[in-house]
Ligand binder design. Sequence first.
Ligand code: AMP
Ligand code: MG
Length: 409
Amino acid sequence: MLRYEEAIEIILKNTKLIGKEKIFLNDALGRVLAEDVIADRDNPPADNSGMDGFAVRHEDILGATEDNPAVLTLYGESKAGDLPPKLEKGYAIPIYTGALIPQGADTVIQKELTKVENSKVYIFKELKKGSNIRQKAGDYKKGDILIKSGKTIRPAEIGILSSVNKPTVYVYQKPKVGIITTGDEILDIAEPITKESQIRTSNTYSLYAQVLQTGAQPVIIGFAKDKPEDIKDKLESAKNCDVLLTTGGVSVGEYDLVKDFVKEILKVNVHFWKVAIKPGKPLVFGTWGEKDEKLFFGIPGNPVASMVVFEIFVKPALKKMMGYQKVFNPTFEAILTEDFSRKSADRMEFIRVSVEYKDGNFFATPFGKQGSNILTGMVNANGLGLIDIDVYNLQKGDKIKVVMFDLEI
Ligand code: AMP
Ligand code: MG
């Protein structure tokens, strides 16, 4: 059976970048930049002061000490936003942080090293020439690439975009991700339960939330019973999605119809069915659309399988589609706090763990009940511990790789 590493490689290899769109800067937080950001001018645009103090000529403060201060006559002022007067020999101009360096000045003495008396300033220390001056273009030059396309826009990027005068910005579009829930037994929220055999959906809304969390646009297409007409009907409604997720109906059971009908209705080109992972083995992956630019994930119905498959396969694909440079969840090593054992080791297992940071180490505690139907395991976990194929037993103190799905540690 296909291994996890092979499956994710196939998925990412077949995932194409979605188109761009122009949006307002204030809507850009968390989106992915789809253009390089170029400096429209030097920054700083001119030499300016890094301190409140006095702009002087270095030659006028040579040898200044506590006991033998340089004494200069005050003249004019340089405030941020103003054009200062020229500095003549023997004078000092009061200057403030960010204000332009007057012509003729080459050094700024901070206020703390001076005393003012009767229109004179006493300077108690000779600083090096150029002290406290922020050089023109010291941060960047006009024409420099300040942020490369593909970067996630955080508050710092918003700040740069604003400073280079961009009220709008090109970002990658949010893929429209359709969700079809299948199963005769599955009911939507608020549908009355009339039989013990009925199950209230969790996958529809956990997937919806996961799609939102990834920054894409979820669309609930509907609920289909395990009947050909019903499934076909819902698939017809999925045609304008960029990515289609179905839940349920992909295992070998008699009613597992989804994987056949997506071929028929959406012309999905199925790349694989089944991966050697636990939970989530019956995953189907395919591509479709005019240029095979759309993705299809047939996600197994078990609630934990559904969430895990999203985290390890769907999320990286959506992120790649949306132009993210980093597509994987943060992954690191943690120390197991309990022994772990299993009876069969033919699949890579993603166990629900709670990860804590203590005394310089991350510790992973597996949740007691690991069944793929036990959603409370996800509620109590913040990460997935990876147990590799052929590993049967692990001991307390062993290190395991952990894929975090949230960073509340
Ligand atoms: P399936 O993949 O259709 O064989 O379903 C596997 C298991 O997951 C069954 O026990 C289903 O009842 C359950 N299941 C399927 N879909 C959902 C859903 N949307 N919400 C909660 N449980 C589900
Ligand atoms: Mg089913």
